[in-house]
Design a protein around this ligand. Structure first.
Ligand SMILES: Cc1ncc(COP(=O)(O)O)c(C=O)c1O
Length: 384
């Protein structure tokens, strides 16, 4: 059997690959603590479950509009206007099967063969592969201390640059990029006429008084060239619903709608009713989730720093991303070796920084229970 070059040229999602190794070890009777997964262990809020059940009971089980049910797009437009200060209406919105699907569709819609997309490190594993699947060329640009290196980004711009991907709050680092840097990205995009893909999957998950800034809110010009990618997965604990959306200029939405009409049609109709209810989740319920995550962040940070002194205190998302270069040498040649050791000897699953374009780091998710976080770092300390 032969697969097409298109598939040969991409890598399997390494984080998904690790999940199957963990499943195998568990089936052999090993007790593995998962600090590798990109989802919280909170249950989906009750109001979302009830609205989805009601939609099922009312037979909302048929094809619906390819771009998403109108009520949901209207509600999302209200939400992004109010919370993200993005001047959108429902025609600026399209729903798809998670923001992963949105990203794939964006590149299929805007990339011609050979077009370049700038991706600052560390990056989420799917970014370069989605660009390659559209025959584009990912241009990986190193960052400075996990923050955007604007000078390096400017140097990477060529006549083929079509877009840049900015992800704040960031997976894997948990860093939140300051407004001044986002404004400079907008200025570079305007000067050199390229698009900005703003992945805001973790928008609601920032800690303390750190605000989340949407790039499309910076100016009218920013709105006209920014594709805001958001998701119900992380903020509302709805990873399995597979509902993500894009806020973008209408002509891009129309192009994506054309693609989606052949690719997948609408995303799950009754899940969209769950998403509609998610937007009505009380501020108090959302704050409880965020406060709980902040407690876990502080707890995990102290334990992690005790083992890996170069641990950053993230302002958003739910990951710690310590620099572990001081641990590399004879015993562990690379971050991948260290992550493997931690899996096999400490029974804790984490991800190496190499997966995200930054060798020398490890990613720990703190979206696990306090007991699991405590046990995980204890086991790692003993194994090391
Ligand atoms: C930065 C980022 N973007 C997008 C996604 C995809 O989320 P979903 O497809 O569930 O909306 C993830 C998931 O881990 C992510 O970390």
């Amino acid at each position: 059997m032969k697969v097409a070059d298109r598939i040969k040229n991409i890598e399997e999602s390494k984080s998904v690959g690790l999940a199957s190794i963990v499943a195998q070890l568990r089936s052999e009777g090993r007790q593995i603590i998962s600090l590798n997964v990109g989802e919280t262990d909170f249950p989906t809020p009750k109001n979302i479950i009830e609205a989805t059940q009601k939609a099922l009971a009312e037979n909302e089980t048929r094809y619906s509009l390819v771009e998403g049910i109108k009520d949901l797009r209207i509600k999302i437009a209200e939400k992004v206007k109010r919370d993200n200060k993005i001047d959108a209406n429902f025609e600026n919105i399209i729903i798809a099967n998670g923001s992963k699907n949105i990203l794939y569709n964006i590149f299929q819609t805007i990339i011609n063969p050979g077009d370049e997309v700038i991706i600052p490190t560390p990056y989420w594993v799917t970014f370069p592969e989605s660009v390659k699947l559209a025959s584009g060329v990912p241009i990986i640009v190193s960052s400075k201390n996990l923050q955007l290196d604007l000078h390096a980004i400017e140097n990477a711009i060529t006549s083929k640059t079509r877009a840049i991907i900015i992800n704040t709050p960031n997976n894997p680092s948990g860093e939140v990029f300051p407004k001044e840097d986002l404004e400079k990205i907008v200025a570079l995009a305007e000067k050199n006429n390229f698009y900005i893909i703003s992945d805001e999957a973790y928008e609601l998950l920032t800690f303390g008084n750190i605000p989340h800034i949407s790039l499309a809110s910076i100016s009218k010009e920013a709105f006209n060239r920014t594709f805001t990618v958001q998701s119900f997965s992380k903020s509302y604990c709805m990873t399995g619903f597979r509902i993500g959306y894009l806020v973008a200029p209408k002509e891009i939405i129309r192009g994506m709608n054309k693609l989606q009409s052949h690719l997948s049609g609408n995303s799950c109709t009754f899940a969209q009713y769950g998403a509609l209810a998610a937007l009505e989740t009380s501020e108090q319920d959302l704050n409880e989730i965020i406060e709980d995550l902040e407690t876990r962040r502080d707890f995990a940070y102290n334990l992690c720093k005790d083992i890996f002194p170069k641990t950053n205190k993230p302002d958003g998302a739910f990951y710690l991303y310590p620099n572990i270069e001081d641990f590399l040498g004879e015993r562990f040649a690379t971050d991948v070796d260290l992550a493997k050791f931690i899996l096999m000897k400490a029974n804790v699953a984490i991800l190496p920084g190499s997966f995200f374009g930054t060798p020398g780091y490890l990613r720990f998710s703190f979206a696990a229970s306090i007991e699991n976080i405590k046990a995980a770092f204890k086991q790692i300390k003993e194994a090391l």
